[in-house]
Design a protein around this ligand. Structure first.
Ligand SMILES: [Fe+2]
Ligand SMILES: [Fe+2]
Length: 377
């Protein structure tokens, strides 16, 4: 993660998380940690020079500075949010004169998993006697929240899903204008998606039913990633492989940003020329993603091959006539399924059962039936 480009307010959550994670990797006092703590202490002190306090809030998986939501950090700092949520911490407040030793002690407490050796965060926090750091705990307010187990998490995931569409929309806009964007934004969303799918919570998978015609391509990208990751989980992929699969699935249509919107949303039959333009999007996706500093080959394959079909009846042509990568065949099934169940300019949405039936029985050309069966199971 490149921390140097961010505002101090935005950098602080990233530094808190990075230091906490590094504490598990390096011994106490290691120069790597010491220099990050110096940077964090400097940023907090400099922001406090014009304020009485710095308040960060953690609600529904989102991070706020004062009242402003930090959208990208809510994805890129998932560990920090989960450390706070696990201890019911609603707010962290830094006061003037906070020193670097307090910061180190605070992060050490924050990163401990509850349940480890009967660890009691509140008791430990009180005992440590922090003079310049305060935490506020979440208080249940009547009418807010719900008694239904898991319902609060679901609401948090829905909010996060909506935020993800904002981040993706910004990435797509920048791609359309041929501007660069910070790749860590994509990594943050993929991390959230992989963790959500690994939690095996069915309500996370249900996020794919949040359709909206207006920002179809953003939602479609997130939905295809969730559906693909669920299939990847059923195939027994490792977490690292799920990250590659999630990245390719999330960005599979990024090449469409170079297709005029009026062609993408056309409800009448496409002309031959328009169809050729649409068919070029996998090649464009490959071209865009190939420029990334670090992208795994299987994610590139998804971009290029997700319309190829396992019988090679689709597009573009397979160099050497080889069958598409297993991830590409998997994403193609997720892609077709989300397309069929979404409202589009050229068709009304299929019900889930109709879509499954269509994919199983009418056998859309080139769909890998093993993957279709995995989706339907
Ligand atoms: Fe596509
Ligand atoms: Fe697609």
């Amino acid at each position: 993660m490149s921390l140097g480009l961010l505002n101090k307010e935005k950098k602080i959550p990233a530094l808190l998380m990075t230091i906490g994670k590094n504490m598990g990797l390096y011994p106490d006092g290691h120069p790597e940690i010491a220099s990050l703590v110096d940077e964090l202490h400097e940023d907090i002190s400099s922001l406090l020079s014009g304020r009485e306090r710095l308040t960060y809030s953690f609600r529904d998986g989102q991070i706020f500075f004062e009242e402003e939501i930090l959208i990208e950090e809510s994805f890129s700092c998932i560990e920090l949010t989960s450390w706070c949520e696990a201890k019911n911490i609603d707010r962290v407040i830094f006061l003037p004169q906070v020193d670097r030793e307090e910061i180190i002690r605070f992060i050490s407490l924050l990163r401990i998993k509850p349940g480890a050796d009967d660890f009691d965060f509140s008791a430990e926090f009180k005992l440590a006697g922090f003079a310049h750091i305060e935490v506020k705990k979440l208080i249940a307010v009547s009418g807010k929240g719900t008694d239904k187990p898991g319902e609060d998490e679901r609401q948090g995931d829905i909010k996060k899903y909506e935020l993800a569409t904002v981040v993706i929309s910004d990435i797509f806009d920048k791609t359309r204008k041929a501007e660069t964007f910070d790749q860590s934004k994509v990594d943050g969303i993929v991390d959230w998606l992989v963790k959500g799918v690994l939690s095996k919570d069915s309500s996370f998978g249900a996020l794919t039913s949040l359709k909206n015609f207006d920002d179809y391509t953003c939602r479609h990208s997130i939905n295809v990633a969730i559906l693909s990751l669920n299939l990847g989980l059923k195939l027994g992929l490792r977490e690292e492989q799920l990250v590659w699969l999630g990245t390719g699935a999330l960005l599979h249509d990024i090449g469409k940003m170079h297709v005029p919107i009026k062609i993408l949303n056309k409800s009448n039959k496409l002309t031959r020329k328009e169809w050729e333009i649409i068919k070029a999007h996998p090649v464009e996706t490959l071209r865009i993603l190939s420029g990334w500093a670090s992208i795994e080959k299987s994610a590139l394959a998804i971009g290029y091959e997700h319309h190829m079909g396992c019988d090679l009846s689709g597009y573009p042509e397979s160099p050497g006539g080889t069958r598409p990568h297993v991830f590409s065949r998997l994403v193609q099934v997720a892609d077709v399924y989300d397309g069929l169940t979404s409202e589009r300019a050229y068709h009304t949405p299929f019900s889930l059962a109709e879509a499954q039936n269509y994919m199983l029985n009418e056998v859309e050309k080139g769909l890998d039936q093993t993957m279709v069966k995995l989706l339907v199971d």
